[in-house]
Design a protein around this ligand. Structure first.
Ligand SMILES: [Mg+2]
Ligand SMILES: [Zn+2]
Length: 190
């Protein structure tokens, strides 16, 4: 992980499953890590805008005993390898290993991981863009007053059809989310 001082920098907080990679229902094998179409293009666009990129992910498969932390590390190493092959580097991956009933502070929609990341990397979590496919992603962002974008990949189309949450924006995927973020940044600079 690339720690450092990012004061003043704005970050995009990305969900993992269904947002960056194909949703597999408790992905437990690095070989099953497959990027969604347009993810590399979208992430390169966000980087070109000067934004930080962080993944924040609920991985209750660990707490449920479906796979262990070394397996989770291997899955994240595979994710970073696929991204690197497309010219994209993340600033970090933050994960919650707990089950819902553990009542931890880090499982989305709670914002413990985002607050921790903001302290470690020194950015303002209220000024970030949160992108994800489930209500918990959107609610974590809303907790902090961040801009929230629902992508309709993964569970996102279902989330949107059910009106299960009220994101600020909806995007078809990372390409469109990046275009939207560029537009929002320009508006704010005008
Ligand atoms: Mg997801
Ligand atoms: Zn947790």
């Amino acid at each position: 992980m690339d720690m450092g001082n990012h004061r003043g920098r704005r970050f995009v907080i990305l969900d993992r499953d269904g947002t960056l990679n194909v949703e597999r229902n408790y992905l437990s094998d690095p070989a099953g890590m497959e990027l969604l179409p347009g993810v590399l293009e979208g992430l390169r666009h966000l980087r070109a805008l000067g934004l930080g990129l962080l993944v924040v992910t609920n991985q209750s498969g660990v707490g449920r005993g479906f796979f262990d932390l070394s397996r989770l590390d291997a899955i994240h190493a595979r994710l970073e390898e696929l991204l690197a092959a497309g010219g994209v580097r993340l600033d970090g991956i933050y994960w919650c290993p707990h089950k819902p009933e553990d009542d931890c502070r880090c499982r989305k929609p709670k914002n413990g991981l985002l607050v921790q990341a903001a302290e470690e990397l020194n950015f303002d979590p209220r000024r970030c863009f949160v992108v994800g496919d489930k209500p918990c992603d959107i609610e974590m962002g809303q907790n902090l007053g961040a801009v929230t974008i629902l992508v309709t990949t993964g569970y996102g189309s279902q989330t949107w059809e059910n009106q299960a949450t009220q994101p600020d924006f909806v995007a078809a995927g990372l390409v469109q989310a990046a275009q939207l973020i560029e537009h929002l940044l320009k508006q704010q600079n005008d």
